[in-house]
Design a protein. Structure first.
Length: 425
């Protein structure tokens, strides 16, 4: 069994690793500037959308603090935002709303040059085309109609978000695969419903419910703000989701392009992780518990459209929505790929339950998360320990050979002398 001292060291390593997998502050600020600029353009006086006060806000992993870098250092990240209209013209259909947003984007010289073809629900701006090192992302803009009047609250009083009912945060969105409704329905209540802010509220309520002592804070209200500040620290559940997504990316990196499209999707990973989290106050325990329990939250329900039972991962803020709906498609590999990934997780993270040394831990982590972030993590942790030693605040366990400030006070712990580089000869 892993020792207390090794667990302390492992916890530090996993936290720093998660930090190294996160987007940088400059990437964060570039993304905020980008979607603020898009919001300003969609709201300008000449825009057909202007009377309906569009609000551009981030959604998904960006606001719940689980976004990670791509495994390709030169790759693109996905940035999901909502273009939320407070009402619409009475005769506008889904198709009208979607096309008007697209038309307004195409009227801007810069956006026209980076606007991708229309997606199922979103318009995509390929910021990578600008060549800026901090704009290597795709911005997926989801047109939505708010009919509940909550946007003003979100815009001007984000501190109230935790007090709002999830049902009050529902948005009506467009979907060009839902025919004929897409082309004829003018009533947003009949449209596909989405609740990105309700999902964020649900996830963060779980992440914030820690049974042990909380040492780090992450503000949901701040992250949903149209101009959120960069938040470096993460709660255990957030870190686990980041590590799981990176492990998935590494496992499937050499698959064919078609098979990569069927790897486990982030909303399933995030949802199952949150449902499996038991309030652990450290990343190691949270990770092991989640990996061992994720499969227990995959249900079987009857799909009336298919007239058969299918695997079901419920959207926690809309139980009628199945995040795993594509698992049931003919020829789909998604369920098999998810199960194979889950089994790999259990094998790869088995080292966290047994005594280890830094060499075999490092090699194991590289297989799971990639060479570059793991090398950088051990360098960062080593530099921090060196600084602690030089300041006289570091300690070594004589039996385990583990160094760290957190284990000071144990009977078998001795203080590490600062280096004077003079030698004894």
């Amino acid at each position: 069994m892993i020792t207390t001292e090794q667990k302390t060291e492992l916890e530090d390593i996993l936290d720093v690793l998660g930090e190294n997998l996160s987007i940088t502050e400059s990437q964060h600020e570039a993304a905020v500037r980008s979607y603020k600029a898009v919001g300003s353009w969609l709201t300008n006086d000449e825009s057909k959308l202007s009377p309906y006060n569009p609000v551009i806000s981030p959604q998904g992993s960006f606001i719940i603090g689980t976004i990670i870098q791509t495994i390709d250092p030169d790759g693109d990240m996905d940035l999901d935002v909502v273009c939320e209209l407070n009402g619409k013209r009475h005769d506008w259909t889904q198709k009208d709303v979607k096309e008007i947003v697209g038309e307004q984007l195409s009227k801007h010289k810069k956006y026209e040059s980076i606007l991708d073809e229309e997606g199922r629900r979103c318009w995509t701006l390929k910021y990578r085309e600008n060549g800026s090192p901090n704009e290597r992302y795709h911005m997926d803009i989801l047109p939505a109609i708010n009919t509940n009047g909550h946007s003003i609250i979100l815009e001007k009083a984000y501190s109230n978000l935790k007090d709002q009912n999830i049902e009050d945060l529902v948005l009506s969105i467009t979907d060009n695969e839902r025919l004929p409704e897409y082309e004829i329905s003018t009533d947003p209540s009949e449209w596909l419903q989405s609740n990105p802010f309700g999902y964020a509220k649900w996830f963060m309520a779980i992440a914030d419910d820690i049974k042990g002592k909380r040492t780090k804070m992450f503000s949901l209200n701040e992250s949903v703000n149209p101009t959120p500040k960069y938040q470096k620290d993460r709660l255990p559940l957030q870190r686990v989701v980041q590590l799981l997504k990176r492990h998935r990316d590494i496992m499937f990196k050499d698959y064919s392009d078609d098979d990569k499209k069927e790897k486990p999707i982030s909303c399933i990973i995030t949802t199952l992780a949150a449902k499996s989290y038991n309030g652990e106050d450290n990343i190691t325990d949270a990770l092991l518990s989640i990996v061992n329990n994720m499969g227990n939250h995959i249900e079987e329900k009857h799909d009336y459209d298919l007239n058969r039972y299918v695997k079901w991962v419920s959207n926690p803020v809309n139980e009628t929505e199945n995040f795993a709906d594509r698992w049931a498609l003919q020829g789909s590999k998604r369920e098999a790929f998810f199960n194979a990934w889950l089994e790999r997780l259990k094998v790869d993270f088995g080292i966290f339950q047994s005594p280890f040394n830094r060499i075999n831990l490092s090699e194991s982590l590289k297989k799971s998360f990639g060479n570059e972030p793991v090398n950088r993590t051990f360098l960062d942790v080593g530099n921090r320990m060196r600084l602690l030693t030089d300041s006289g605040n570091n300690h070594v366990d004589r039996k385990a050979g583990v160094v760290g400030s957190a284990i000071a006070g144990l009977t078998n712990v001795a203080k590490v002398s600062a280096h004077n580089f003079h030698g004894n000869d």
